[in-house]
Design a protein around this ligand. Structure first.
Ligand SMILES: *Cc1c(COP(=O)(O)O)cnc(C)c1O
Length: 416
């Protein structure tokens, strides 16, 4: 770390020192200071160019600074930015019509960040449980999965099992039952354990946990069980959604339509905080005026940006590109793994992938490998110690994927 740190320019060093001195230390960034992005590339303050293989945790699926999305933002920002929901505006209605048709739901509730959208979904689910399903007040339980990541609010970390995310933040919100991920039997047991189950909240692929892809059929079976036990199937597609896994939604791989869909990140192409909760009337209509809201949720800039970002996904065939290039990437990574025992496993779907490094979760090796990637011009970050997520913007080309595979292999070879 010390040695690698010395390679930093004094310019980078100065920016890092400012963040260290004046910013809360709630992140541990790779020591790279970025100042510009375009498509699949970002540049640091010394002009060095990198492939971005994180895509801001899949927020930048459309590529950095996509001109159509930025154009929509600038145009709307110069016209009307914020009205609050105390009044109507001329952007929100058209956006709501667009996004509900796009994803096939009756209604949307607009928010800003992923965590807020998850909170919103949990509140809607509980309200539905009491007012439609008839669960006695304060008795509703929502089933969640072990090793989940749904954001950082007090309620959301209440059902996390990441000690780092929870420690010293209690007391926690009650009303959650945790079961193992990708375990259909555990889900059925939980569903029949009480009559008070309101819903099942699940990531179709666990991104933060290390891109854990469940067995084929898991999501479809889980949805069927939820229907059988009259519980809402809530898909958190904040990371997996919007073409990342090779379909518009990851649940589409199993032809599942969730009862509640949670979106964030790429719904704005990474240019503005936008999130959304979608559901049909039977569920969404439980929310009445005054019962939930957000000053910025559904603001005109967010609405204009989200339409543009979703149009880019459709017009540039990003789902198809992610599906095709995901296979190219995993094939290449598996070839590298066959030559280099440092990679013990390659997994993923579409362009949401991870390599598991041959070391334990507390080792620095994956971090050091990411430092090497960075030296050779590719940015990625370890998640849960020994897993490196590889998730470039979906506008990447096949030639670029091959170039990146070359970088990855060259960096890994330095550790043999
Ligand atoms: C990133 C993420 C969130 C939280 O989104 P924020 O915008 O950071 O609040 C929630 N769920 C999943 C699956 C995520 O990947």
């Amino acid at each position: 770390m010390e040695q690698l740190h010395q390679a930093l320019s004094s310019k980078s060093e100065a920016f890092i020192e400012k963040e260290n001195k004046y910013g809360a230390h709630n992140y541990h960034p790779l020591p790279v200071v970025l100042e510009k992005g375009e498509g699949v590339y970002v540049w640091d303050v010394d002009g060095k160019k990198y492939y971005d293989f994180l895509s801001a945790y899949s927020a930048v699926n459309q590529g950095h600074c996509h001109p159509k999305i930025v154009g929509a933002m600038v145009k709307q920002a110069q016209t009307l930015t914020l009205t609050s929901r105390a009044f109507y505006n001329d952007q929100l209605g058209p956006y709501e019509e667009f996004v509900t048709e796009y994803f096939g739901f009756d209604k949307v509730l607009p928010m800003n960040t992923g965590a807020e959208a998850v909170e919103t979904a949990l509140k809607i689910c509980r309200k539905w449980a009491y007012e439609v399903k008839g669960i006695p007040e304060n008795q509703a339980q929502i089933i969640v999965c072990e090793n989940n990541f749904h954001g950082r609010t007090t309620t959301i970390i209440s059902f996390s099992n990441d000690e780092n995310a929870r420690k010293s933040f209690g007391p926690f919100t009650a009303g959650f039952i945790k079961i193992p991920y990708d375990d259909i039997e555990a889900l059925e047991n939980a569903l029949k354990s009480t009559n008070n189950i309101a819903g099942f909240l699940v990531e179709p692929i666990q991104g933060e946990a290390g891109v854990y892809v469940p067995a084929d059929g898991y999501l479809a079976k889980a949805k069927a069980l939820c229907e059988q036990y009259n519980a809402l199937f809530i898909a958190d597609e904040v990371q997996t959604g919007i073409a990342r896994t090779g379909k518009l939604l990851a649940v589409h791989h199993e032809n599942v339509q969730p009862d509640i869909l949670i979106l964030g990140k790429a719904i704005s192409g990474g240019v503005y905080p936008v999130s959304a909760v979608l559901a049909n009337n039977a569920v969404m209509n439980v929310i009445k005026p005054g019962q939930h809201g957000s000053t910025f949720g559904g603001n005109p800039v967010a609405a204009a940006v989200a339409i543009a970002a979703l149009e880019v996904v459709r017009d540039e065939n990003l789902s198809q590109n992610a599906a095709y290039l995901g296979v190219v990437l995993r094939t290449g990574l598996n070839e590298i793994a066959s030559r280099n025992p440092l990679i013990t496993l390659v997994r993923g779907k579409g362009l949401l992938n991870a390599i598991v490094i041959n070391c334990d979760e507390n080792s620095d090796l994956a971090w050091d490998i990411c430092m090497k990637f960075s030296e050779y011009g590719l940015l990625a970050k370890p998640t849960h110690g020994n897993k490196i997520r590889l998730a470039p913007p979906l506008v990447i080309t096949e030639t670029q994927i091959h170039e990146c595979l070359g970088i990855i292999e060259r960096a890994l070879n330095d550790f043999r």
